[in-house]
Structures are given as C-alpha cells and as structure tokens.
Design a protein around this ligand. Structure first.
Ligand SMILES: Cc1ncc(COP(=O)(O)O)c(C=O)c1O
Length: 487
C-alpha cells in the first residue's frame, strides 16, 4: 500500500472513516459490558468539544502551555480531595491505568535503591492484581511475586503476602477494587504490613478509586482504601473509566513529593532541549487532559452521585438476577459494579457466544489459580436501562449452553489434547497450525463462536498461552496489502 497519489476530498475521507467502523462494537446500544464507559450524548458532546479545542497543544512543556498545567493541577487537587489526601499528597496526570501503575512501580524501585541499596527489587501482588503490574515488572526489571487470594472472597491473603516479603521486596500492592471480581482487598492490613516492614504500598484504584467513594455515600459497605489508611504511599485512579472521560486519562497520587520526584525523568546528557518528563509520554496531546477537566466540571459531584446511584441499583439487580438463575454463581461479593459469574454444570464460554448472538458483549475470563473460568460484566451507565432484558437473555443463553453441554465436552477434550501437545519441545512449532485451525485469519478475521478458542486457551500452560497470544496479535498487525488505500 502507498499513500494516495492525489489527496482525497474531505468528503471521501469522512466516508471512508465511516466505512471502516462498520465492524466495531456498537457501544451506543448500551449492550456492551466491556471496553466503554458511556455517559451518554451530553457528556460525549462536552468531551469532544474540549478534546478538539486542545488537540494540538503539547503537554511536553508546561511553561509553553500554562492552560494544560492548570488543568492538571486542578484535577490532581480534585483527586486528592476525593481520596482524602492531606496537603503533602501530590500527583501526575497520565495516559491511563497502566502508565499510572508503571510510574508508581518506578518510584518505589528507584527510591528503594537510593535509600536501601536494593538492586534486584521485588514487588508482591495478589494474583488478582491487574496484569499491568506484571507489565511494569517486566519493563522495569522488578520481579513480581504473585500470592494467593482467598478462594471464596477473592480478596488478597495478607499472610501469604507477609510470607513472601524478603530483603529485596520494595512494594506491596492491593486493589480497590480488582478488575476480575470487583472486590476490594484488605488494604488496611496490606498497608500495615508495608509500614511494619518499611515498604511502599500502592493501591490500585484504577477502576474503583473514583466510583467507590460515591457507593460508600449511597450506603454500600466499602472498606477504607485511600490516604486515610496509614501506610498507603501511592494510589492510581483512572478518569477514563468511571469519571466517564475520554480515553487517555488517569492520575497517580503519591503520599509526598519525594516519592513523586522518583517517578520523574530528567536528562541533560544530549544535544537537544532540556528534558524533564513527569510521565512516560513526552510530547502529548492536551486533548485527554482538557476533556477530563471539562467532563468532570460539567458532570459535577451531584451528577456523579446520580450516575453512581443508577450503577449501584443495577449492580444489585444483576447480582440478584444472576443468583436466581439456576446453575449460575456470582464469584465473591463485589463492592464495585463489576460482576464475575461462573457455573459448575453450564459451559460458560458457549454462554458468551449465545449472549453475543443476542447482541450483548460480555467478557470471558480464563481460569487462573483459585478463580474458575467465568464471564465478566463491567456495568457502565448505558447498561442501566437494560437490566430486565439482559437477565431474560441470560436465562435463554443458559438454556442454550446447557443443551449444547455434551457437544462442548468434545471441545473441551480436544482443547485438553491440544494443550498436552503444546507442552512438548515442538510446542512453538505447532502454534501457527493451531491458530489457523481455529479459523483465525490474517488481518483479524475471527471465528463467530469463540467458545472453542477460549476452551483451548483455558487448557494451555500459561507461558505457551502468552506466546500464542503474542503470535496472534502479531498476525493481526500486518501491513495492509492492497496497492492503494481502498475507499
Ligand atoms: C484494576 C485495574 N487496574 C489497572 C487497569 C489498567 O488500566 P488501563 O487499561 O487504563 O491501562 C485496569 C483496566 O481495566 C483495571 O481494571
């Protein structure tokens, strides 16, 4: 493919954009329980206007664009109040949860090296902690020790974390809440352990940090997880989730400026401009920051409380509904509006396909440790009006999956056989054939029914699964092969 020899008209470009999005998840339907946090057309309008107004401004140099500096200082102040931080708490606006987590890990790593001389650092995270901690560990050379969680509540087992602490440990992690089961870890006990052993303690509030305080105000029982808890040294909280701002918006807060400075990067050992970056990104659009500021001022505290009420009521109704469906079981007791449910007698992955056929997007989660394979719902504002229809369709999907249970046993046996083959020395060589046999094509053509793919992934040894996924995504991102851009 090459550039068009002559530029297209604006109309041609816009038409081509619309054509490209035809296969995308139709998130405005309110039937997606993943990927989007849709606050509705009013919020979308404010977000787009603000985003576009600051699209080209560059966050690289806060002295050149003081507007961006004041947006950030305002948002950090708001976040600090929200999370009960005192005047010594400071923070940074980042591009998302992963970046906030990476920066918190970097700060802990660098300060522990400076203060304690730790050169081979470790962090201890419950197995329910987000994969972003593993990513941070691999990028930053910090070993991740993943510890067990309670098999019923899915909350971190603090005794297991304590048993894993040694002289190389720099950081303990707890989630408020975790993504997979929506439950809050015992943050007070984790932070107390950190204090007793002289460690940093990061609370991952990426998904729950903004919303849980509203749930608490509405009467939900939410344990303290923020800066009121002694020993908490940093918190990540995404705005592009339940603050309903466009993607590219999160904050990471630190208990003091010394910690935050360890997250910064400064370099004067080159020939160009003076470089001091608070974040991983250097040049960055002002769009996400301006949009976050605008949306949060437009919705306001009363608006978020109203939205939270709808989410909380929907969560309660969905929990009750699922518990009333024979054969399905909710995993744990989620404080957040994140629901994972599983079954011992209904094959769960075919249920996701049956729900897809009815226009719903629910997310399969593979088995890991004490967590069985399950389906996950991220309940977000545009789902609220659909509770009854959703539960009705879920009942039908349960019946359909139950009827197909015998056939699915065949799939499971095939998956187990394949997984076995993948443990031998020829494992890597078998992967391309496997990907092809599953009906996955170059450029992202996916089979309609994903149950088989999920069953195979579920049965695989984890390192092989990571290799398979890497190869699959590498197949997706292949340069377009048409001669010139098709309209
Ligand atoms: C608890 C938690 N932490 C971290 C992340 C990572 O956030 P992001 O996808 O914005 O990088 C997520 C995303 O869902 C999350 O739920």
């Amino acid at each position: 493919m090459e550039l068009p020899a002559h530029g297209w008209s604006k109309e041609e470009v816009y038409a081509a954009l619309e054509k490209k999005r035809r296969g995308d998840v139709p998130w405005r339907s309110g039937r997606a329980f993943a990927y989007v946090y849709d606050g509705g057309p009013e919020i979308e309008e404010v977000a787009k206007k603000a985003y576009m107004a600051f699209l080209t401004e560059n966050g690289l140099d806060p002295t050149a664009f003081p507007s961006l500096l004041t947006f950030e200082n305002d948002l950090i102040a708001i976040a600090r109040t929200h999370l009960h931080g005192g005047p010594e708490v400071v923070g940074t606006f980042t591009s998302g949860g992963t970046e906030s987590i990476m920066l918190a890990v970097k700060a802990a790593r660098d300060l522990a090296k400076a203060k304690r001389g730790v050169t081979q650092p470790k962090m201890i995270v419950p197995i329910t902690a987000h994969a972003a901690f593993h990513k941070a560990g691999r990028y930053l050379g910090v070993e991740v020790v993943a510890t067990a969680v309670d098999p019923v509540t899915f909350r971190a087992d603090v005794a297991a974390m304590e048993a894993a602490v040694d002289e190389r440990t720099v950081l303990l992690v707890g989630s408020a809440s975790g993504y997979a089961h929506g439950v809050v870890d015992p943050i007070a006990a984790i932070a107390d352990l950190a204090q007793r052993r002289g460690l940093y303690c990061h609370v991952d509030g990426c998904i729950g940090g903004f919303l849980l305080p509203y749930f608490a105000r509405l009467g939900e029982s939410v344990p303290d997880f923020d800066f009121r808890v002694p020993g908490v040294t940093s918190i990540s909280m995404d705005l592009h989730k339940y603050a309903l701002t466009p993607k590219g918006a999160s904050v990471v807060l630190f208990a003091n400026d010394e910690l935050r400075r360890a997250q910064y990067f400064a370099c004067s050992q080159w020939t160009g401009y003076t470089m001091i970056n608070p974040t991983i990104q250097s040049s960055k659009s002002g769009g996400p920051l301006a949009a976050a500021w605008a949306v949060m001022h437009s919705v306001g505290d009363d608006g978020y409380l109203r939205i939270a009420k709808g989410l909380l009521e929907t969560k309660r109704a969905i929990l009750e509904g699922i518990r009333g469906i024979d054969g399905l079981a909710v995993m744990g007791e989620p404080e957040m509006c994140l629901v994972a449910f599983t079954s011992e007698d209904v094959p769960i992955f075919p249920m996701a396909d049956a729900m897809k056929a009815r226009g719903w997007l629910v997310q399969p989660q593979l088995a890991f440790g004490s967590s069985r394979e399950n389906l996950h719902l991220t309940i977000q504002p545009s789902n609220v009006k659909w509770t009854e229809t959703f539960l009705q369709d879920l009942r039908e999907a349960r019946d359909e999956a139950k009827k197909a249970a015998e056939a699915y046993e065949g799939t499971r046996a095939f998956a187990a056989m394949f997984a076995e083959r993948l443990t031998g020395p020829d494992a890597m060589a078998a992967l391309p054939t496997l990907i092809e046999s599953l009906g996955v094509g170059t450029g992202g053509a996916m089979p309609d029914k994903m149950a088989e793919v999920n069953a195979i992934l579920n049965a695989m040894p984890r390192p092989i699964q990571e290799e398979l996924l890497t190869r699959f995504v590498s197949m997706l991102f292949q340069p377009t092969s048409t001669a010139r851009g098709a309209r």
